[in-house]
Design a protein around this ligand. Structure first.
Ligand code: A2P
Length: 281
């Protein structure tokens, strides 16, 4: 495993485990047991995934020490604002049966289309996260799906800037401009949907590079992300694929392969533009 240090000194593994869509308790139990045995330590969840209780039960049944896990959670859009976000975090802590989170993220920026005062709402929610951080309830704080203008706006009021920005990133959606901005501003980027939600795995260019490196397309995607300095959080319920997704540290992509993958046009994924989404409110 390789690791990435965020601005406050906390070290995160470059590959985490995503739990979106795993809600069934018995499935969660198997998945967490396998993921832990295989070597995953960073577990990514969100209030909106409705699986915090299932996750905490799975961790308890596996007898995993709390210090052995890096738990990352996200506040949902219905709990925005200084007070609401703190209450939401405390609820999540109860559901997860823990007294701290390793990383707590704002799940979505406020939609500009719906709220003219998006900037002040984001700022208030962020102040709530800063408060949680100061109180030690969360060891690191960040955002998801924030574009450059969301981060720039936050600079006007933030005492502490986001340490992490989790965004959709995969071949076909290289996020290069945002990556450069985050690098300059000491924000570590996490790739959600690093395999394009499983929709990019038959891309010809990726298949050719995978064949050449004797790796799978999924491994090539994850390797490309790691080499771009990003933490990737792939999702799978299949133990073999969990293993495959960690077996990416024994090869590297050359400069040309990196460039070719960088230039692949959008070929699958979720593809939601935070400025355009209205369905999340
Ligand atoms: P499954 O759960 O059946 O393994 P993302 O992480 O980008 O959201 O992608 C998740 C999708 O990719 C899931 O449908 C998952 O399916 C699939 N997936 C995850 N890892 C692999 C892999 N190593 N090879 C092929 N498909 C994978």
């Amino acid at each position: 495993m390789e690791y990435k240090k965020i601005i406050n000194g906390i070290v995160l593994p470059c590959i985490g485990f995503g739990t979106w869509k795993i809600t069934d308790r018995s499935q969660m139990k198997d998945v967490i047991s396998n993921a832990y045995n295989i070597g995953y330590r960073l577990i990514d969840t969100a209030a909106a995934y409705s699986n915090e209780i299932a996750l905490s039960k799975a961790i308890a049944e596996k007898n995993i020490d709390r210090e052995d896990l890096i738990l990352s959670d996200k506040v949902w859009n219905t709990s925005r604002g200084f007070e609401a976000v703190q209450e939401a975090c405390k609820k999540s802590l109860k559901k997860l049966k823990t007294d701290y989170l390793d990383l707590y993220l704002i799940h979505w920026p406020v939609s500009m289309k719906l709220y003219p005062d998006w900037e002040s709402i984001n700022a208030a929610t962020w102040r709530g996260l800063e408060q949680l951080y100061k109180e030690g309830l969360v060891k690191a704080i960040g955002v998801c799906n924030f574009k450059i203008h969301h981060l720039e706006a936050l600079k006007h009021s933030a005492e502490i800037m986001p340490m992490v920005n989790q965004v959709e990133l995969h071949p076909g959606l290289n996020q290069n401009e945002l990556l450069a901005y985050c690098r300059e501003n000491d924000i570590v980027v996490e790739a959600s949907s690093p395999l394009g939600n499983g929709q990019i795995l038959d891309n010809e260019e990726l298949r050719r590079i995978a064949l050449k490196n004797k790796k799978s397309v999924a491994q090539v995607c994850l390797r490309w992300e790691i080499q771009k300095g990003v933490i990737a959080i792939p999702k799978t319920t299949n133990a073999e694929r969990m293993q495959d997704n960690l077996n990416i540290f024994d090869f590297s992509l050359d400069e040309n392969e990196m460039k070719v993958i960088d230039n692949i046009p959008f070929c699958g994924g979720i593809g939601l533009d935070p400025d355009e989404v209205e369905q999340f409110g």
